[in-house]
Design a protein around this ligand. Sequence first.
Ligand SMILES: *Cc1c(COP(=O)(O)O)cnc(C)c1O
Length: 235
Amino acid sequence: MNREQQLLQNWQEVQLALCAACEKSGRSPQEITLLAVTKYAQDADVLTLLKKGLLTHIGESRVQQAITRWSKPEFAAFATVKHLIGHLQHNKAVKAAQFFDFIDSLDDFSTAALLDKHVPTGKTLRVLVQVKLTARETQSGLPLEEARQLVKRLRTLPNLRVCGYMAIAPQGAPESELRRLFSRIRQAFEADFMPGMERYLSLGMSEDFTIAVEEGSSLPRIGSKLFTDDSQEVV
Ligand SMILES: *Cc1c(COP(=O)(O)O)cnc(C)c1O
């Protein structure tokens, strides 16, 4: 199998798994937007999928790395919706406001206010608030109740549109715990973001996206599963 065939097979396996998760939970696959995480991917691999028309939403975790890659003419030729999924440092907010369509990892008001101030005229910057699912994790994000308060404050900023929550599951958590954590954030999401609004619940990565979709995720973030090379995998 050549590299292109491998990438297409990966993509198809992800689609099949998404469809199966939808079927199991009575959801429509049209409710799900695949966020392809390209942060570790080779340029050539990303271009292969772009040329096949398979990447619509992409996620990068570093501001400068994203700008460098996606400003190259061969990448800029494709219209993609660009998400920042990694922690946003205050001093990168101005560039981020100009470059990204979505900031999925917002967790403080002062960075949000800075973003709001620097969004180019005529653009609406979408943001998701990052929720920390468990106290023991050291990752960024806010405990759920603080995240909900931040959502209310963000609604006062005219150039941002707050449209959901993002969370990273604790590594190695058993399925029952994942379901419990995901379902708690989903309840808050349903209460804070009404149907009919533009809204996204971004839960799930390569290891746990089927569970996340079954529990209501509409924007799973998938990197390694798309760009892996089966032939090098150690079983
Ligand atoms: C890297 C990353 C992902 C993708 O992880 P995979 O396990 O490679 O699918 C998803 N979300 C965030 C926030 C990430 O940093």
